[in-house]
Ligand binder design. Structure first.
Ligand code: OGA
Ligand code: MN
Length: 281
């Protein structure tokens, strides 16, 4: 049986896993279950200096669930998507500046896909300044509310859109770009997600545009206030990358963002995503 050595990085989110080597990752049948359990408990797992090669990363992710292949074609290894602002390495780089704002992946899918279960990033090249990846628990965001507030938020529904998340970093789009954003359907989600496990989390972040049935500004102010409270510095784990680090997060239970880094930075993360099987409900 696999026993992971786990050290918590903050009181609320993130833990470091040590003592694993890439060969163990590839060969250990019980590892998937152990990692998933640790992920549910900690939201984010950091594997420092693992130097996982891209193929091994995809194989590791297969132990956790079904690997997302919808972004294939940007990297020679299927299942790998390069996260970089360098357009020569990723033709969809322009969209990635939106990672600078707190978000949950997959709230505005092209169809009716559920949010991804987990995401793995491995650092190929790091930024000289900025470029940390920051995490805050969205379970914690709910748990910290008082009872009155929990009750008040319970029935609220929020419209999420690609336009909302892109507009925050590109406030003045050309008509063509705006039309492209708007070709992605919007999605209405409950503000409070009741997970199969029984845990509850808040569904917040850059894609959250407005609250259904509430005055636009009032709803946006509420969303901004909830996000602010969820992401106070003392509730955040900020990962400063070294080349070879691998980090995995529970996309259903944490918010994340990249600290801004320059457009011409060599920063390159290799991402693999594990598909989710649970709707926001
Ligand atoms: C992502 C993402 C953050 C980062 O890949 O979904 O938000 O630090 N990345 O690159
Ligand atoms: Mn993301």
């Amino acid at each position: 049986m696999t026993v992971l050595t786990i050290n918590k990085l903050t009181a609320s989110v993130g833990a470091e896993v040590t003592g694993l080597d890439p060969d163990a990752l590839a060969g250990d049948e019980a590892l998937g279950a152990a990692v998933l359990e640790a992920l549910e408990d900690n939201g984010v797992l950091v594997f420092p200096g693992l130097h996982l090669d891209p193929q091994a990363q995809v194989e590791f992710c297969r132990r956790l669930g079904e690997v997302d292949h919808s972004s294939d074609g940007h990297h020679p290894v299927a299942g790998i998507y390069p996260v970089t602002l360098d357009k020569s390495k990723n033709s969809s780089a322009a969209y990635l500046r939106a990672t600078f704002d707190w978000h949950i992946d997959g709230c505005t899918p092209t169809g009716d896909e559920y949010p991804q279960m987990a995401t793995v990033l491995s650092a190929r090249r790091v930024a000289e300044s900025g470029g940390e990846t920051e995490f805050a628990s969205s379970y914690g965001a709910y748990d910290h509310l008082d009872d009155d507030e929990k009750q008040r938020l319970a029935s609220l529904r929020v419209v999420h859109s690609l336009e909302a998340s892109q507009r925050r970093v590109t406030p003045d789009p050309s008509p063509e770009l705006l039309a492209r954003w708007r070709s992605r359907p919007t999605h209405e989600h409950p503000l409070v997600w009741t997970h199969r496990s029984g845990r509850k989390s808040l569904v917040l972040g850059a894609s959250a545009d407005y609250i259904v049935g509430m005055d636009l500004d009032e709803g946006r102010a509420l969303l901004a206030d909830l996000l602010d409270r969820a992401t106070q510095p003392e509730l955040v784990y900020s990962h400063t990358w070294s080349v070879g680090d691998t980090v995995i997060w529970d996309n259903r239970g944490v918010l994340h963002r990249a600290a801004p880094y320059p457009e011409n930075s060599p920063r390159e993360m290799l991402r693999t995503t594990v598909l989710g099987d649970e709707p926001i409900q």
